[in-house]
Design a protein around this ligand. Structure first.
Ligand code: SAM
Ligand code: DTB
Ligand code: SF4
Length: 331
């Protein structure tokens, strides 16, 4: 593991091999001159990864809309009127068809998302079949289904789930401004169960929700201080959806988004840092800066869950232009 020598990075728990990050230390990273921050991020990125390889995950919403949580950013919450229909869960055969198509298009990971607070017993039976079937295609599997209990994490592990996505979304201090139907500790408890069951953890958050710099740093510090930190860290730029409480939030300066990627890379050197939601609204130049800052994963395919994502052709063209390739095709 990289040893940090710069004075503002203070290991809090030297007995572990992990970096421990105070919120202040993370905030100091955010405040570095842009080129210094990028240089540090690139150095660390290149120590651990091929900087030209990008991991491609395709998302599928297996259960859309009507969610009983009130997350202020989310078009699928039953509390908001964002025009998202409450649909029933997809059939296993529909999921397999979508996974095959994603694999043929070049994705190596398939992530199944559901608009649930937590899955029911019956939901789990279908999800287990989906995970087994997608694993059977030779793809990495990921699911994001809300809170899980111990029995459910075990069911998913046995089914062959590789990653569980459960985002902390923001800092503990800002969380209550965005969600009132669950608390931060609920999120941490589920992540702990996923880890204990032996699956890889995918956890990140959303920026551009009106958080201040300390709160943005607080999210990164929370993630980086998990022991171990997540293997996969999605950084989402808020997609502002009409009808959600955050629809009119002021735009985040795109360079502040790039900074967030760089800070995630520096604080979690071996994680896959995913440039996640919000790419459709981003120029190629900003996406290129995100890759320079250490992003090495994207959602691939023209749909996220309910909102759009760049289509495969646009992403292939961008990768070609930048001389990047899917990490599975590494020469
Ligand atoms: N219901 C489950 C949960 O919340 O854990 C899984 C699905 S939920 C849609 C997965 C993640 O999508 C959320 O944690 C949030 O980070 C992200 N998300 C939802 N709406 C978003 C938006 N408008 N912009 C950016 N990210 C969003
Ligand atoms: C993550 O961090 N972002 C993805 C995935 N994990 C599940 C979801 C983004 C959702 C964007 C809004 C939508 O399409 O509904
Ligand atoms: Fe439900 Fe997840 Fe959306 Fe929150 S983010 S409303 S839990 S689907």
């Amino acid at each position: 593991m990289q040893t940090q020598t710069v004075e503002f990075i203070r290991p809090i728990k030297p007995k572990t091999t992990l970096q421990r990050w105070s919120v202040e230390a993370v905030e100091e990273l955010f405040k570095l001159p842009f080129t210094d921050l990028m240089f540090r991020a690139q150095q660390i990125h290149r120590e651990h990864f091929d900087p030209n390889a990008v991991q491609l995950s395709t998302l599928l919403s297996i259960k859309t809309g009507g969610c009983s949580e009130d997350c202020g950013y989310c078009p699928q919450s039953a509390f908001h009127d964002a025009g998202v229909e409450n649909r029933k869960m997809l059939e296993v055969s529909e999921v397999v068809r979508a996974a095959k198509a994603a694999q043929e298009a070049g994705a190596d990971r398939f992530c199944m998302g559901a608009a649930w607070r937590e899955p029911s017993k019956e939901d789990m039976e279908s999800v287990v079949e989906m995970v087994k079937a997608v694993r059977g295609l030779g793809m990495e599997t990921c699911a994001t289904l809300g809170m899980l209990n111990d029995e459910q994490t075990e069911q998913l592990r046995v089914a062959g789930l590789d990653y569980y996505n459960h985002n902390l979304d923001t800092s503990p201090e800002f969380y209550g401004d965005i969600i009132s139907t669950r608390d931060y500790q609920d999120r941490l408890d589920t992540l702990e169960r996923v880890r204990k069951a032996g699956m890889h953890v995918c956890s990140g958050g959303i920026v551009g929700m009106g958080e201040d710099l300390t709160q943005r740093a607080g999210l990164v510090a929370q993630l980086a201080n998990m022991e171990p930190y997540p293997e996969s860290v999605p950084i989402n730029n808020l997609v502002k959806v009409e009808g959600t409480p955050l629809a009119d939030t002021a735009d985040l300066d795109p360079l502040d988004f790039v900074r967030t990627i760089a800070v995630a890379r520096i604080t979690m050197p071996t994680a896959r840092v995913r440039l996640s939601a919000g790419r459709q609204q981003m120029s190629d130049a900003i996406q290129a800066l995100c890759f320079l800052a250490g992003a090495n994963s994207i959602f691939y395919g023209d749909q996220l869950l309910t909102t759009g994502n760049p289509d495969v052709e646009r992403d292939r063209a961008l990768m070609d232009k930048l001389g990047m390739y899917p990490f599975a095709d590494k020469p």
